[in-house]
Structure formats: structure tokens, C-alpha cells
Design a protein around this ligand. Structure first.
Ligand SMILES: Cc1cc2nc3c(=O)[nH]c(=O)nc-3n(C[C@H](O)[C@H](O)[C@H](O)COP(=O)(O)O)c2cc1C
Length: 396
């Protein structure tokens, strides 16, 4: 969608710029990279060149054997410039207007929106010189993505840790004016797979990783929505700007959904909720020497989606159906009618390389109305965008 110029400066968080590059690419953007010489001491330019598929700019004066080299090419090509991580030193050079390197001259020559994501030790972050440089840059229109508080690489705890890569990418897209389509809207997403206890340590579960739901949360945040995720056993990194509620079992998820549902505009039920749970889970650990075989009686769990559909007061509802093969698509269509939801997203769990646990998915979006779209294998983020495009029509 956009040409992003990623400027990497010399800080310990330089390795996270690799994630930022990958996320931007997954969202459909093309990325060129310029690095300060010091940044190459943290991450090699080969990494960025391989991943971006483009030469990486480090030397202001280029290579003598490169005819047509122009040090301002990077700035000319870009729609948005993202400096990530922005070291205290690079921020000072940007604020002072120095042109003593390729990143610095690209910044001076660039006419579009600039985003800077600083990362540094807390003491450096609080230094009045750094504070003033940031204020100067913000006054001149640079979008600053503030660092987070937490454990820093040097062992200190405090402000200075680079913001999450997905948040930095959202801000970069926001600087481009990508979308505010869901601003003021509250999106509730269920994620992961529930675990129904057999005893204190064993459970009946499934392989849902939560990655699809996480991608929907990223996409909804990028569109300006207020996002709550009810998560069942998801070990993925969490964002600072999303509310998470942990609900490891079907009963817990049912209760959390009942509480949150009245306050949302759109519910996306992406969690794999167990259909059955063991009756009378043992309080301690079952003794395996007790019997050669064991019978576990199962009972139905709450049908959360049907229950919520019966309580809706204007909310748009999206359900998921993980089914195998062509017959599965029919079952997904029937599920939409039976549960009274607006959209069912069918994913074929028999297809290789997609679905549970993988980075990609292949889906059919059924509804609203008679609309039905099949999307061939693509990133879960791209699937999430398509789902929100469709769900968004219900909110307008
Ligand atoms: C191990 C190590 C980690 C560093 N981490 C940071 C950092 O996180 N943030 C920062 O602003 N500077 C950090 N520095 C200092 C910068 O690397 C230094 O100021 C350098 O001049 C920055 O150059 P550049 O802005 O041209 O890339 C670190 C230095 C070392 C040796």
C-alpha cells in the first residue's frame, strides 16, 4: 500500500526493527531501510537487505562503483519515514538539523510524515536534553511513539523500552492516514482455546494458538477501535493498548463474555471453545496406577455464541467455524443460520499450512446477507482486514 522508509539507529532495540519491517510487509507495505553506521554494530545490514529485498543504505557517499547513486533517493521514494529505534543521538541530530549521515540527510530531505520510536535507558530518556529534543521534533510535526515502561536490556526497570512493534506500525499507518474507520467503536474478541480440567493438572483442550484473534485485535486497533480480548490460554505477546481478560475454560469465557458483551459494538468469536468438558473434574491429580483404563464422562459446555446472539441489542456478531473439507463449508453456512450471527468465518482445518497455530489462513467469509467471499491462503493479518472490512459494513 505504502512505501515506508525505515531508519534504524544504534540502540539495543535495533533487532526489534526486524519485526517492525516484517509486520509492515505483512500489512502490504514495501519497506526500504537506511541504517546509521552504529546501527550495523547491533544488527547486520544483510538481515535488512534480505528481508526487505532491497539494498540497505548506510554510507552517505554510496559506493563509487554504483552509477546513478543519489543520496536523496531513499527520501524521494518514501510515503512515510519511520525511525526505529530512534537513539538519543539520532534524535539530537534530527532536532539539530544535522546532515552528517544517510539517515539524517534522508530525514532533512523528506517531505512526508515522520514517525520516531525512541528507545533508551530511563536516565537517558529523562535527560532534559533528550526531553527538549523530543519536544522540538513533536512541535515540528514528527509523530513520537513513546517507549514503554518495563525491564530494560541493561537490567534497569523504567521508561525507555521500545513500544511494541505492532503499535509502532499502527502509528506509522495512522501517520499515513490509513484508517480511523472504527474509532469510537468497541470490539470484543475471544481468542485461543479453552482447557477443560480432567484433574488438577490434566485437561481436554485444542490446538488453537490465538494468532487469528491477535491479528484481528491488531487490525481493529489500527482502525481506531477500542479493543478487548478475552483470551483462553494464549501465550502470544500482549499490546499495551488492548484490554485483556483471561478466561481459560469454557465456563470462564462464557462468564467474561456475558459481562463484556453489552458494552461492545462488534463481537468476534475467534476462540476455539470446547464443546464438552469432563463431568466432576478431580480436585487433585488422578492416580494412574488406580486402573488400567479410565473413562471420562463429558458434558456439553455453554453455547456462548447462541446465548450472546439471543441477548444482542444492536451488536454485530462474527463467529468462526473450523471445519474440514467441502462438507465443512456447508456446516459453516448452517451454523450461521442456526446461531443467528451476521457473519461466519469458515476455515478449512484440513488444508495444509493454514489454520491452527500457523501464520497464514485461508478462509471463506459467509455473510452478512448472501455475501460469501473465499480468500486463498494469506497472512492472518490480511484475513483479519478482510473480516473487518465486511463486519464494518454492519456498523455504519
Ligand atoms: C550496548 C549498547 C547499547 C546501547 N543502547 C542504546 C539505546 O538503547 N538507546 C540509545 O539511545 N543509545 C544506545 N546506545 C548508545 C548509542 O549506540 C550511541 O549513542 C551511538 O552513538 C548512537 O549512534 P546513532 O544514533 O548514529 O545510531 C547503546 C550503546 C551500546 C554500546
Amino acid at each position: 500500500m505504502a512505501e515506508v522508509l525505515l531508519g534504524v539507529s544504534g540502540g539495543i532495540a535495533a533487532y526489534k526493527a526486524v519485526d517492525v519491517l516484517r509486520i509492515l510487509q505483512r500489512r502490504g507495505h514495501a519497506v526500504s531501510v537506511v541504517m546509521t553506521r552504529n546501527a550495523t554494530r547491533f544488527v547486520g545490514e544483510t538481515t535488512f537487505a534480505s528481508l526487505s529485498g532491497r539494498p540497505v543504505g548506510v554510507d552517505l557517499f554510496g559506493m563509487p562503483q554504483e552509477p546513478g547513486y543519489d543520496h536523496l533517493d531513499f527520501a524521494r521514494r518514501a510515503d512515510v519515514m519511520l525511525v526505529c529505534p530512534a537513539s538519543a543521538n539520532t534524535l539530537a541530530r534530527m532536532a539539530a538539523g544535522l546532515g552528517d549521515g544517510l539517515l539524517a540527510t534522508s530525514f532533512l530531505a523528506f517531505e512526508g510524515p515522520v514517525v520516531a520510536a525512541p528507545a533508551m535507558n530511563t536516565k537517558m530518556w529523562e535527560n532534559p536534553a533528550v526531553v527538549e529534543n523530543l519536544a522540538t521534533l513533536a512541535r515540528r510535526g514528527v509523530h513520537i511513539v513513546p517507549p514503554e515502561s518495563g525491564l530494560l536490556a541493561d537490567g534497569d526497570v523504567g521508561m525507555g523500552r521500545l513500544a511494541e512493534p505492532a503499535v509502532i506500525c499502527d502509528r506509522t499507518e495512522a501517520a499515513l492516514g490509513v484508517s480511523t474507520e472504527l474509532s469510537g467503536r468497541r470490539v470484543l474478541i475471544t481468542a485461543g482455546g479453552t482447557r477443560e480440567p480432567i484433574d488438577a493438572v490434566r485437561y481436554v483442550g485444542n490446538s488453537s494458538s490465538g494468532r487469528m484473534a491477535w491479528a484481528i485485535a491488531d487490525a481493529a486497533r489500527a482502525r481506531g477501535a477500542e479493543v478487548t480480548v478475552i483470551a483462553a490460554n494464549v501465550g502470544l505477546p500482549r499490546r499495551g493498548d488492548v484490554t485483556y481478560v483471561d478466561a481459560p475454560t469454557a465456563a470462564g469465557m462464557h462468564a467474561a463474555c456475558l459481562e463484556a458483551f453489552p458494552h461492545c459494538d462488534l463481537l468476534v468469536m475467534a476462540a476455539a471453545v470446547a464443546d464438552y468438558r469432563p463431568v466432576d473434574a478431580a480436585a487433585g491429580k488422578l492416580d494412574k496406577s488406580a486402573a488400567a483404563a479410565m473413562e471420562i464422562r463429558l458434558e456439553r459446555t455453554e453455547d456462548i455464541l447462541t446465548d450472546l446472539a439471543s441477548r444482542r441489542s444492536g451488536q454485530a456478531l462474527v463467529g468462526f467455524a473450523a471445519e474440514a473439507g467441502a462438507a465443512g463449508l456447508e456446516r459453516a453456512r448452517a451454523k450461521r443460520a442456526r446461531k443467528g450471527v451476521d457473519i461466519v468465518v469458515h476455515n478449512d482445518i484440513s488444508a495444509p499450512g493454514v489454520g491452527f497455530g500457523s501464520a497464514d489462513n485461508a478462509i471463506t467469509i459467509i455473510g452478512p446477507g448472501d455475501a460469501e467471499t473465499h480468500l486463498e491462503r494469506r497472512s492472518k493479518r490480511a484475513c483479519a482486514e478482510a473480516i473487518l472490512d465486511r463486519a464494518g459494513t454492519l456498523l455504519r
